[in-house]
Ligand binder design. Structure first.
Ligand code: SF4
Ligand code: SF4
Length: 96
């Protein structure tokens, strides 16, 4: 999703060797970045979130390439999710 330069960064962790593990997390829409409405649903608390399909991945993930199909319009949370940091590594451990 995004790369941040921090002490927690692990250079050997890259999205190229991942199956878009973080794209299975709930992604709340807290700003308007132009996500198409067909990819948005309401969660049980009434918040607008990215819809997920039965396989668990975000509806906007291209299943053939395992890349974001709305990259230019991806939500703020996706933009700020930092490759190599704790949450990324936690998700990779759970899904790879
Ligand atoms: S979990 Fe980490 S390595 Fe995998 S796609 Fe997301 S940011 Fe990239
Ligand atoms: S919007 Fe794109 S980057 Fe964000 S979870 Fe969905 S597929 Fe992944």
């Amino acid at each position: 999703m995004a790369v941040k330069n921090t002490l927690l960064f692990e250079p050997e962790v890259t999205c190229a060797t991942c199956q878009a593990c973080c794209c299975r997390l709930e992604v709340m829409l807290i700003t308007d970045t132009g996500v198409p409405e067909r990819y948005i649903e309401e969660d049980s608390w009434g918040s607008r979130v990215m819809a997920r399909l039965d396989d668990g991945w975000c509806a906007a993930l291209d299943r053939d390439t395992m890349m974001c199909s709305i990259y230019e319009h991806r939500p703020l949370i996706c933009r700020e999710f930092a490759m190599g940091e704790f949450e990324c590594r936690t998700e990779r451990k759970a899904c790879l």
